[in-house]
Design a protein around this ligand. Structure first.
Ligand SMILES: NC(=O)c1ccc[n+]([C@@H]2O[C@H](COP(=O)([O-])OP(=O)(O)OC[C@H]3O[C@@H](n4cnc5c(N)ncnc54)[C@H](OP(=O)(O)O)[C@@H]3O)[C@@H](O)[C@H]2O)c1
Length: 266
């Protein structure tokens, strides 16, 4: 990047191509829209083909450059076939966003449940990063953003496999950032706390739990998917050109808050 202090900081992604996994709802959909609104050509992937088609139609109606494909990214066969099916001639940004959770006590997980969480959250990100590497290496401005969680930083009672998968994604982020810095591929992560999406609504629909989450969040509310998407778009942009190997908590101050004995409401 050449420094030109006369130029305003740019969040533009014009001319760049992005692949967003899990782009039909929640954080992935908001990210696909934010990247496309910043000028990128965006491809989304999710399992439900009808939802992919719906998202593509809605975005095209807004004149956003979006295409999509359906695949189950927890399955190695689907991962292996994905890049052939998409036939992308270039790729500048990979957003590893798909994620799932199964909540149980550690002793109660079946091996299949453990594998389902790990394959969806961690193995898909690992394999897709490696599959995308040849295209990203050819880009003059390449970025990977992994969507992890504050559950990868500290205990949240989300279930241990989910926390393990997210913690491993954070270390994968650091390791790939250093290994692929020579190829000018920046690798970062975002770690959201509770965000208003279909995945989180399952637990946030309980008013007492929702209130406890809000009480524990210094900014006093949960995030919108758009707020996480904006952090991802920033990490992809030229404004983040010297940032790599970092995990940015998008958490309303949750991970910064230890104990504040002066607050009356906590
Ligand atoms: N929401 C939160 O509070 C929160 C907090 C911290 C971290 N996160 C992380 O943020 C990411 C997005 O979460 P979200 O809340 O936006 O989830 P969500 O609302 O459940 O959306 C998940 C997206 O991923 C797709 N997907 C799920 N499994 C897939 C698979 N095996 N193959 C392909 N696509 C798949 C879904 O579409 P299909 O079902 O059609 O496949 C959907 O598009 C996840 O990694 C999650 O762990 C979320």
């Amino acid at each position: 990047m050449t420094d030109n202090p006369a130029k305003a900081p740019s969040m533009s992604l014009a001319g760049r191509t992005a692949l967003v996994t899990g782009g039909t709802r929640g954080i992935g959909a908001a990210t696909a829209v934010a990247l496309a609104q910043s000028g990128a050509r965006v491809c989304i992937v999710a399992r439900d083909a009808a939802q992919v088609e719906k998202m593509v139609d809605e975005c095209r109606a807004l004149e956003l450059d979006l295409s999509g494909a359906s695949a189950d990214l927890s399955r190695i066969q689907d991962l292996d076939r994905l890049f052939d099916r998409l036939s992308l001639s270039k790729l500048d940004m990979l957003i590893n966003n798909v994620g799932t959770n199964i909540r149980r006590g550690a002793a109660d997980y079946s091996r299949e449940e453990f594998a389902a969480v790990m394959n969806t959250n961690l193995i898909s990100a690992w394999e897709l990063s490696r599959l995308a590497y040849p295209l990203l290496r050819s880009s003059s401005d390449a970025a990977i953003v992994n969507v992890t969680s504050v559950a990868g930083l500290t205990h949240l009672g989300t279930g241990t496999p989910y926390a393990m998968s997210k913690a491993a994604m954070i270390q994968m982020t650091r390791s790939l950032a250093v290994e692929w810095a020579a190829d000018a591929i920046r690798v970062n992560a975002v770690a959201p706390w509770y965000t208003d999406t279909p995945l989180a609504r399952g637990v946030l629909n309980d008013p007492e739990y929702h209130a406890a989450v809000v009480r524990r969040t210094p900014l006093g509310r949960i995030a919108t998917a758009r707020e996480v998407a904006c952090a991802i778009a920033f990490l992809c942009s030229a404004s983040a050109s010297f940032i790599t190997g970092q995990c940015l908590a998008v958490d309303g101050g949750f991970s910064a808050a230890g104990f504040d004995g002066l607050r009356q409401d906590g």
